[in-house]
Design a protein around this ligand. Structure first.
Ligand code: DGJ
Length: 375
């Protein structure tokens, strides 16, 4: 074998060294912290545009789906669609593009200018499809339609195809766990009962769906959790086997208290739910609940936030709770700090959830990373 001239060897060695140093310095300069409320640049240096979002973990990668907003107040409606980002470390996010595009046909359910909020994606093992659920308001109707919408895809990052939209569980009565007293059950003949007014009004047409999330349980079942009955209740509705509809089993939670922004997680077999009050885009106090069974009873525990601005959730509103893959008892509270006057400038407040026994706390930190979960 011929020997390489010294000069060539020198060039190869120096080139390898340069490439290595650059790779190392990239690693060193890549963020390894969360900065709640700050501009959060994606791989192109552009502030992440995925509001009211949720995260799906699939085969080593986190996928963040959220509302793509544009500048100004117009950005409060759907002008573009649902944006997807991917990440392996949760700090650095790659733009995967628009996973679900709005339609240019004004007659489409997902027409440009409609309202498409709080998308959540789940993977269905049986059909091997990714199923995106969202809160949908038809073009020009304000928040009166109160529909749930579904889009599906074979690929996690899309494109997703719009499937259908609907009200929930038309003609169905709630499920009552054994032992529920007769007077606690809905009786639409009793028109004096204010708590059931909107439920009964919408019984035939189907229940309203506004702020929402999807909770995928450890046994493969999934649930649609949404503000309903003019926001007077939350409903938890079981999804069918392919996650594109309901089984008809559902419960009503915290009747008469206007809970929005639901986000669920499970820890040591206990179900936790976070939510907010109902004050439009303005922040209010968060609230949390627990239950030993998804069907309840759900116990209200008040506000989990601590410290300055805890009464307004640090200016944010919950959207999702992310369990960290491979780290036991590690959950991130994800919230949106809305900017309704310039929607695209909305910020993300990600904060660690801390536990005291079964109780939770959320405390503000300017800067943090996943090591807090090792303590
Ligand atoms: C609060 C909800 O949580 C948001 O998703 C959005 O629907 C705004 N209200 C609209 O005012």
């Amino acid at each position: 074998m011929k020997r390489l001239p010294h000069v060539l060897l020198f060039i190869i060695i120096s080139l390898t060294a340069t490439v290595k140093t650059e790779a190392q310095s990239n690693l060193n300069t890549m963020p390894h912290y969360f900065y709640p409320g700050a501009i959060w640049p994606d791989n192109n240096g552009v502030h992440i545009n995925a509001h009211g979002g949720g995260i799906l973990y699939r085969m080593g990668v986190y996928y963040w789906f959220g509302e793509h907003k544009i500048e100004g107040e117009k950005g409060n409606s759907a002008q573009v669609g649902i944006h997807c980002y991917s990440s392996k470390d949760l700090y650095n996010w790659k733009d995967e593009g628009i996973a679900l595009k709005v339609s240019d046909d004004p007659k489409s359910d997902i027409a440009k200018g409609s309202i498409i909020e709080r998308p959540k994606v789940v993977y269905n093992k049986k059909t091997q499809k990714y199923v995106m659920w969202f809160h949908l308001e038809l073009l020009g109707k304000g928040y009166a339609s109160a529909l749930g919408g579904i889009a599906i895809s074979d690929k996690v990052n899309g494109p997703y195809s719009y499937l259908k939209s609907f009200r929930a569980n038309a003609g169905k009565m709630p499920f009552y766990p054994a032992g529920t007293a007769e007077e606690e059950k809905v009786n639409c003949a009793d028109t004096l009962n204010k708590d059931n007014k909107f439920f009964c009004r919408d019984f035939s047409r189907g229940q309203m769906i506004r702020d929402m999330t999807i909770f995928a349980d450890s046994d493969g079942k999934a649930y649609h959790v949404f503000s309903s009955e003019e926001n007077n209740t939350l409903q938890i509705a079981e999804l069918n086997d392919d996650y594109t509809g309901y089984t008809g089993k559902f419960v009503r939670v915290y009747i008469g208290h206007q809970t929005e922004a639901p986000a669920l997680f499970k820890r040591n077999g206990k179900y936790y739910m976070l939510g907010s009050g109902c004050t439009g885009w303005a922040p209010n106090a968060a609230r949390w609940f627990t239950a030993d069974n998804i069907w309840g009873p759900w116990i209200f525990h008040g506000n989990p936030c601590q410290g300055p601005e805890a009464q307004i959730t640090f200016k944010g509103q919950s959207t999702f709770v992310l369990p960290i893959e491979g780290k036991k008892n590690s959950f991130i509270f994800m919230a949106d700090k809305w900017e309704p006057k310039n929607a695209v400038d909305g910020r993300y407040l990600w904060l660690p959830i801390t536990f005291k026994g079964d109780d939770i706390q959320i405390t503000w930190v300017d800067k943090w990373n996943l090591k807090v979960f090792d303590q």
